[in-house]
Design a protein around this ligand. Structure first.
Ligand SMILES: [Zn+2]
Length: 156
């Protein structure tokens, strides 16, 4: 992603009441296909990306809930396919635009929405399922899933 200012981020989320913007100084923009972060309460996730349809910046607010994972020793992020061990994923839900909050589309993803860093092996521990796929293919797979999710929710 190209570097963004706080104001650009706020504009992309217009209408999101208590938007918490991440610490800008710590973001390596070149390592991100989308920027994701989590509200300190833990109940809200934020996703920022460039719409492939319009080229506009999109801010998306997601519901975030922990998964009861007693039976799940390994969990895979549906976006980046990183395989985690125990409690490192969360359920993220997106309301379908125009449904007045009645229709939700959920996806299991890395709990901190740091998929971009994970496919670049910048976060430890590394995936528990080694993949030989090269980076561009991982980015493409992640974006395909992400775009499809947002499109179904009328938010692309
Ligand atoms: Zn992920």
């Amino acid at each position: 992603m190209d570097p963004l200012t706080k104001n650009q981020i706020a504009d992309a989320f217009d209408g999101a009441g208590d938007l918490v913007v991440p610490d800008m100084a710590r973001i390596d923009w070149s390592a991100h296909d989308y920027l994701g972060w989590v509200h300190p309460s833990g109940h809200i996730g934020y996703m920022l990306l460039v719409s492939p349809l319009t080229g506009d910046l999109r801010g998306v607010v997601l519901g975030r809930s922990k998964r009861s994972s007693d039976a799940l020793r390994y969990q895979m992020c549906s976006l980046c396919h990183h395989v985690h061990r125990m409690d490192e994923t969360a359920m993220f839900t997106l309301t379908v635009k125009g449904s007045r909050g009645r229709h939700l589309l959920g996806n299991v993803a890395c709990k901190n929405l740091d998929c971009s860093l994970r496919i670049r092996n910048l976060v430890n521990p590394q995936s528990y399922m080694a993949e030989t796929l090269y980076l561009e293919a991982k980015v493409w797979r992640m974006q395909k899933t992400l775009y499809r999710w947002l499109e179904r929710a009328n938010r692309l």
